[in-house]
Design a protein around this ligand. Structure first.
Ligand SMILES: C[S@@+](CC[C@H](N)C(=O)[O-])C[C@H]1O[C@@H](n2cnc3c(N)ncnc32)[C@H](O)[C@@H]1O
Length: 247
């Protein structure tokens, strides 16, 4: 008897941004292996499942990637329905591709359930359209984890031609800002609550708070010029709930 593995995207945090398919898979699961940045409330959708945290918390050792592969394969071979729950989309900087390959090579049946990636959701929730007619006809998403990852890509992006979205980049924010400015990028905008907006020159000195080394998305580009106006008019969650008759 062989079970099944679903590599599931949990979306950017808000449980309401989970897909219907992901919610169904959680409801059917025997085992959920979940990462950091997955909203704890989502685990309530898997009442019959055993749940294991296999993610990495700031400065603590993560469960080895090979161990995660082994846990998925072993459970599936025992006939279990496994949900591998990863924040955002499983194939965007989440090592989901490696997990899919491990399952494929082990002959375990699996599927991919895409999720709403923070690469677009984090900007959208802050009122930043990653593309906008006349301002940006495309966007590039890079990992800010190390210079080796982002520098070769950003070197080829002409200043102000595209929107640049950086995941895992808060710790490297000074280096990223400096690289972009050295390539001719400049930015200016206004401060807003919960979303910090400012110039590249100011980015290095921003204190993003204690937990932000692991979560936070940087967006650079001309689209920021429309973001303040959009963000001001986005209804706050309480107003949305009230207009939908929810408490
Ligand atoms: C390992 S990557 C995983 C990305 C994920 N697969 C996705 O599609 O969103 C983790 C990074 O995603 C970004 N991220 C994840 N959740 C976020 C959120 N709720 N708000 C802002 N950024 C987030 C942060 O840049 C964080 O460092």
């Amino acid at each position: 008897m062989t079970g099944f593995v679903s590599l599931v995207g949990a979306g950017p945090g808000d449980p309401d941004l989970l897909t219907l398919k992901a919610a169904r898979r959680l409801g059917e699961a025997d085992l959920v292996l979940y990462d950091a940045l997955v909203s704890p409330g989502l685990l309530d959708l898997a009442p019959r499942a055993q749940r294991f945290f296999v993610g990495k918390r700031a400065r603590k050792k993560a469960v080895a990637q090979e161990t995660i592969h082994w846990l998925m394969v072993r459970a599936a071979r025992r006939g279990k329905r496994v949900v591998r729950l990863k924040c955002g989309d499983p194939f965007v900087f989440g090592r989901g591709g490696e997990e899919a390959l491990a399952l494929a090579r082990a002959g375990v049946p699996f599927e991919v359930v895409p999720g709403v990636s923070s690469a677009v959701a984090a900007p959208a929730l802050a009122g930043i359209p990653v593309t906008h007619r006349g301002l940006a006809s495309g966007f590039v998403v890079v990992s800010g984890h190390s210079e080796k990852a982002y520098a070769p890509i950003l070197d080829f992006v002409a200043p102000h031609s595209l929107t640049v979205v950086v995941l895992m980049g808060l710790a490297q924010r000074a280096a990223i800002a400096s690289l972009l400015m050295s390539r001719g990028w400049r930015a200016a905008s206004t401060p807003q609550s919960e979303t910090w907006t400012g110039t590249l020159a100011e980015l290095a000195s921003v204190d993003p708070g204690p937990d932000s080394e692991s979560a936070g998305t940087l967006v650079v580009g001309e689209v920021l010029s429309v973001a303040a106006e959009i963000a001001q008019k986005i209804s706050p969650p309480a107003a949305v709930a009230a207009s939908h008759g929810q408490k």
